[in-house]
Design a protein around this ligand. Structure first.
Ligand code: MCA
Ligand code: AMP
Length: 504
């Protein structure tokens, strides 16, 4: 038994010209230095008693060192558990309690919090500039030589995705899930060692980590690794890149800048979009400005990438393309496994080597969503046409996607309903020019003295320490009552209609 994901990364790097990053400061930008650093980080993990299958939870700024830590985890057979840097202590408390990691890596500025969460002996620190106790120890360690063998169905990562009940679920991804999807994407999107990817996505989610980074690690290409999305920095780096991956907000922000021209994009081979719907208008505007058609694809944390428009064939605006090689898609009525005829709207189900192994310690949830025949119920409403192009038309799950981040209304509603002076609340997503959708909270006050005091600002302050900023409402509306249907269910569609122009 070997460790095929790790081996594929090493082989992928051998295919390149020896460089992994360009345009980044620091000494770890070539393959040898990166793999060497990763072997030193592996030594620290082993020294901390990390055994195969142990979780290593990581909430750190994006950096080359953070990516090397991911590779170190793969090497020692640990389960990498990346966490959004915006998460608060309350949110982290849940993840740490649920995943019981052997090691937690945090920014040094959050050390005191880390000690409260897990204790000093299991805590290491890493900042965005290669500082912190993890790097101190790594630099003092000899690189490990061994690579821990892993079976294809062993876990490589757990990524938390919020749940419709308000409780986050840990999606368990195996070595085979990650490797098969990355290999498929390298070949389907024609990535080679000549490619330079402009990487401005965070690396704590599927898009920036498994789609962008794994693809580049495997194809031998190079990355321009930026700490986050900044229009200025992206425009500056564009001439050195051949490809870019982003959420739709990246592309609307670029289009809003007149320095983004046909010339500035002329040498680019491919612009890829995903994580949230790309408006057909954005697609057309992009083509009119640059002469290039954005390639839109569709995936999920639980499944990696499922469908994609083609590189050579027709990229159709408003569609997410065809099932990737090896991936099966069927569109079914709710609670059915029978595929509907093409053109009919139903829930998209997906099966393939990309589909995850289930939710961490949630066998019932897993059974509900991952069917016995191997199909996973995505909760996305879609159609598929005769040419196999899939169009996502909506969601059966109550989910808001804001700037590519998922926000589950239930999580906010539970917190808001607990506040003094609140009877109940409903949280909806409404169109937003920058983020695609933005969170609006509709709140019913209970007439008490607390309610008289409750303002939008007070509500935001009350949520501040408990909820990552990107999840917090961008607007709060107070109403006398929520609209309900005859069954007593809140009619969120009516709220969305009423609030539709909130950010117009
Ligand atoms: C930041 N803020 C947000 C968001 N990001 N609010 C709502 N939605 C967001 N996405 C908040 C900030 O906290 C701040 O709040 C205010 O909005 C303005 O921040 P700004 O500086 O404009 O934001 P930014 O730092 O420029 O970030 C925007 C961003 C970023 C670049 C779009 O959110 C981003 O990188 N998104 C990518 C997410 C991603 O990688 N998703 C992939 C998930 P305040 O002013 O109140 O402090 S993987 C996935 O979905 C699947 C598998 C797939 O198919 O890929
Ligand atoms: P996540 O749970 O973060 O993995 O987000 C997955 C969800 O993002 C999917 O179930 C879809 O609802 C949505 N999504 C991802 N890519 C696209 C896309 N290209 N178009 C529309 N929705 C998308």
């Amino acid at each position: 038994m070997s460790n095929v994901l790790f081996d594929a990364i090493v082989d992928g790097r051998k295919a390149g010209n020896g460089e992994l990053f360009i345009g980044n400061a620091g000494d770890d930008t070539d393959d040898q230095a990166f793999l060497d650093l990763s072997a030193r980080l592996a030594a620290v993990l082993l020294d901390r008693g990390v055994d195969p299958g142990d979780r290593v939870a990581v909430q750190v700024a994006k950096s080359i060192e953070a990516l090397a830590l991911y590779v170190a985890c793969i090497r020692v057979g640990a389960v990498f558990l990346p966490l959004n840097t915006a998460y608060t202590e309350t949110e982290l408390h849940y993840f740490i309690g649920d995943a019981t990691p052997r090691v937690l890596v945090l920014d040094p500025g959050r050390r005191a919090m880390g000690e409260r969460l897990i204790g000093a002996s299991q805590l290491l620190t890493l900042d965005g500039a290669a500082g912190g106790s993890l790097m101190d120890k790594a630099l003092a360690s000899a690189p490990v030589q061994e690579v821990v063998a892993r079976a294809s169905d062993d876990l490589a990562a757990i990524l938390y995705t919020s749940g419709t009940t308000g409780r986050s679920k840990g999606a368990m991804l195996t070595h085979a899930n990650l490797l098969s999807n990355a290999q498929t994407l390298v070949s389907y999107w024609q990535f080679t060692s000549s490619d330079v990817l402009l990487h401005a996505l965070p690396i704590f989610h599927t898009h920036g980590l498994f789609v962008a980074s794994n693809v580049m690690l495997l194809c031998g290409g190079r990355m321009i690794f930026q700490p986050g999305f900044s229009t200025d920095a992206v425009l500056q780096a564009l001439p050195s890149a051949t490809t870019m991956m982003g959420v739709p907000t990246f592309y609307t922000r670029l289009l809003a800048d007149e320095r983004f021209t046909r010339e500035s994009a002329s040498h680019m081979r491919l612009f890829i979009s995903g994580s949230a719907p790309l408006l057909a208008d954005t697609h057309r505007e992009f083509e009119a400005r640059t002469g290039q058609r954005i390639l839109e694809r569709y995936g999920m944390t639980e499944t990696n990438m499922n469908t994609s428009n083609p590189v050579d064939g027709e990229r159709i605006a408003g569609t997410v393309g065809m099932p990737l090689p090896g991936v099966e898609v069927r569109i079914c009525k709710p609670d059915s496994t029978e595929a509907l005829p093409s053109g009919q709207v139903g829930i998209l189900q997906v099966r393939g080597p990309n589909v995850f192994a289930g939710y961490w310690q949630m066998p019932e949830k897993t059974r509900e969503e991952l069917l016995e025949d191997g199909f996973f119920i995505t909760g996305d409403l879609a159609t598929i046409d005769e040419r196999q192009y899939v169009t996502i038309v909506g969601r059966s799950k109550d989910l808001i996607i804001s700037g590519g981040y998922n926000i589950y209304p239930k999580e906010l509603e539970l917190l808001i309903d607990e506040l003094p002076g609140v009877t109940e609340s409903a949280v909806v997503g409404v169109p937003h020019p920058d983020f695609g959708e933005a969170v609006v909270a509709v709140v019913v006050r209970d007439g008490s003295a607390d309610a008289d005091e409750l303002t939008a600002e007070k509500l935001s302050t009350a949520l501040a320490g408990r909820l990552a900023r990107f999840k917090q409402p961008k607007r709060v509306e107070f109403v006398d009552e929520l609209p309900r249907n005859t069954m007593g269910k809140v009619q969120k569609n009516l709220l969305r209609e009423k609030l539709n122009d909130s950010f117009a």
